[in-house]
Design a protein around this ligand. Sequence first.
Ligand SMILES: [Zn+2]
Length: 271
Amino acid sequence: MGCWRDLAQTERDGTIDLGDAIVLPGLVNAHCHLDYTDMAGQFPPPKIFSDWLKLITTAKGHWSKPDYATSWINGAQMLLRTGTTTVGDIEAMPDLLPEVWNLGGLRVMSFLEMIGITGRREPGEIVQEALGKIDSLRAGRCCAGLSPHAPYSTLPQLLTLSANAARQRGLRMCVHVAESRQEFEMFVHARGEMYDWLRRSTRDMSDCGLGSPVRASTALRSVGGESPGSTRKSRRPQAMQACLPNERFTLFTVRAVMNISATAAFRSDAS
Ligand SMILES: [Zn+2]
């Protein structure tokens, strides 16, 4: 297969009857967590989002690097089997790169996950570590970007530093925004299960009670915007949000996600 103009005349002349089949370009999964593939079905359905977060955090503590690698590969093979050839993947285990990139024909945009709520590690140090990893990777069919995990699981400075670095370097960035009702309660009203849990974890909660997580992310310029010096022709967004919710969205959330996803980073990647 290839572009029409690149195909030899002999290939153009032939006719192949595939029968009852559809030929279509490879599908794009804009948001995935391949390294968690093998966790599927391990947890009972949680009643609230923060309980699910605690379950997955505990499970991660028991996994080794080979566990993550096997899980990543299983997820990649699942995508390829079902017609997806391009994926935006959040990498909780950046050490798997670049080896896993070379294990199949998948085109991967790997977003290096950054989490930090206690300030025990300086946000600048966390971002620099991710940028150093990106610099060590040779971009080709696969390449890397940044993923400050979410407004609730990071400090505002980490979001701002990540967004600035992404804009300066022309990197793509992925942030989870407005995933759950608890996140809304935390940012809008400074209350609820997530608020109480993170406050007990010594997160600085002074960014709560000021507005929705979408508003908070926008204020920190971690969603939307364009690269400095971008022209009308080359404009492209720097952020996207696409993680599936495991709770009912409010209408406002759906609208917010649609607005952000409308500028999804993969707009120009399929070419
Ligand atoms: Zn996600």
